[in-house]
Design a protein around this ligand. Structure first.
Ligand SMILES: [Zn+2]
Length: 483
């Protein structure tokens, strides 16, 4: 299995350096609200990586953190008037529910920042002792970027470029603490407690000048350095995340870890490109900001959303549109029919295919079937788009009865690696099964919608829901689905 590496900018073999397990880390969510589909594109593609590396025999050990303390979580809990832990617990639970709906395999360890304070403090104290950190004008501890000669090796730019970079893209975003740092590129390792942090504070690293612990909270970048080292070791095989994390977050993780530990941090780096929604960058003001709950509310199936999220190569941009989710739904229904047809040919019942009675084919076994190109594509830089193309191609070909069972087991492996699930074709009501009154209600709603009478359209949609039907809007019409 080969994968593009951001550090060396080349496609390199992926391997377990200890010869036993592929130790990999992915940055997880900040739990202050619902994750959006852009976040889930990254989590879904990291899930494909986890699954495919398993099929490749790499025996993955996967750690993904939960960021449960930062400005946003503190602000959110204060706004809701609940303790930070109750607030982040609520959003962590919702995140897990979404992950389950999207058929994402849970990480082997899912550590939280607030339960790893001691590990984070230990890194800051090491960095202070080694001269990579200093206490700033506001009492916070900052990382001295100039002291780490390899800074910028992942994102391929130099700290001196940051002065303009920050002014251009972030504007005044960093102005608040700019004067407390020696250099604009320096970042907070440990933030001295402020009034707005409320009760969110811990005893932190000892101030070298006074010898007393600095009360405060960890800077955001620190947790990933601390928790990856704890569960994967100071050097590990692979680090993954969204492309927006490459700089500064991942650059800062490298600087913290390599300066503190004196050994290379992650060997291989994977970054997933962000998606567009309806052709534009997602934003709440544009109305193209989707969470999974939004899409389910619109009547879409999570299995279709998942298919769409993994349908484009992780290094290419996906344009997520409601029309394309609709297309993904019919694709997953076609897949259901194809699985049924292959089951019939192989004399395997569908329950056996879904359960353990029919085991997945090994990579070697897949190689002998018509699904070989699909797995090859996944092994070649996780090319999900090519893998899906090859899968549909293989499904088109007529299989002999003698080969059908091996083909079915190979298909099972491909679906497992991609983490996609067919949508039972029976869920879609043929036009003849829709009662006349439901059809009439749906027509009336469509007319109200065209006339921009949103209130009426909404009332009619609710009536349809009450009768057990979901309406799925397309650009030029609608479909009805029985709930
Ligand atoms: Zn991280």
């Amino acid at each position: 299995m080969r994968l593009y590496d951001t550090l060396t900018r080349s496609v390199l073999p992926l391997f377990a350096s200890d010869g036993k397990r592929l130790r990999f880390y992915a940055c997880g969510p900040t739990v202050y609200g619902p994750a959006h589909i852009g976040n889930f594109r990254t989590f879904s593609l990291v899930d494909v990586l986890r699954r495919t590396s398993e099929v490749a025999g790499l025996n993955p050990f996967y750690v993904r953190n939960i960021t449960d303390v930062d400005d946003k979580t503190i602000k959110g809990s204060a706004k809701d008037g609940v303790p930070l832990t109750a607030f982040t617990e609520k959003w962590t639970k919702k995140f897990h529910e979404d992950c389950a709906r999207l058929n994402l395999i849970a990480p082997d360890v899912e550590p939280r920042a607030t339960t790893h304070i001691a590990e984070q403090v230990a890194i800051v104290e090491k960095l202070l002792a080694k001269g990579y950190a200093y206490v700033g004008g506001d009492g916070s501890v900052y990382y001295k970027v100039a002291a780490f000669k390899d800074y910028g090796k992942l994102s391929h730019f130099h700290p001196e470029e940051l002065v303009t970079q920050e002014t251009n893209s972030a504007g005044k975003a960093n102005a608040a603490d700019e004067y407390d740092r020696d250099h604009v590129a320096d970042f907070a390792l440990w933030k001295a407690a402020k009034d707005e942090d409320g009760q969110v504070r811990w005893e932190g690293p000892k101030d070298p000048a006074s010898g007393t612990p600095i009360i405060g909270r960890p800077g955001w970048h620190l947790e990933c350095s601390a928790m990856s080292a704890k569960y994967l070791g100071e050097s590990f095989d692979l680090h993954a995340g969204g492309e927006d994390l490459c700089f500064p977050h991942h650059e800062n993780e490298i600087a913290q870890s390599e300066a503190a530990n004196g050994v290379p941090f992650a060997r291989h780096w994977m970054h997933c490109v962000h998606l567009l929604a309806e052709g534009k960058k997602m934003s709440k003001s544009l109305g193209n900001f989707y969470t999974l709950a939004d899409l389910l509310e619109k009547g879409f199936d999570a299995r279709a959303v998942k298919y769409l999220l993994v349908s484009v190569h992780y290094r290419a941009q996906l344009n997520f549109t409601l029309d394309s989710v609709k297309g993904a739904e019919s694709a997953m229904r076609r897949l259901d029919k194809a699985v049924n047809a292959l089951c019939a040919k192989a004399g395997v019942d569908r329950a056996a295919f879904e359960g353990d009675a029919l085991p997945r084919a090994s990579a070697e076994e897949v190689a002998k079937t018509s699904f070989a190109p699909a797995l090859d594509s996944l092994f070649d830089d996780l090319n999900t788009a090519a893998a899906l193309g090859a899968m549909w191609e293989a499904l088109k070909n007529e299989k002999s009865a003698a080969d059908a069972k091996a083909e079915l087991a190979a298909l099972k492996t491909i679906l497992y690696a991609l983490g996609i699930q067919p949508i039972p074709a029976k869920d879609e009501a043929p036009a003849s099964d829709i009662p006349e009154e439901v059809k009439a209600l749906a027509e009336a709603r469509w007319e109200a919608k065209k006339a921009k009478d949103w209130a009426k359209a909404d009332t009619l949609r609710k009536e349809l829901t009450a009768k057990g039907w979901t309406i799925l809007d397309r650009k030029d019409g609608f479909d009805l689905k029985k709930n």
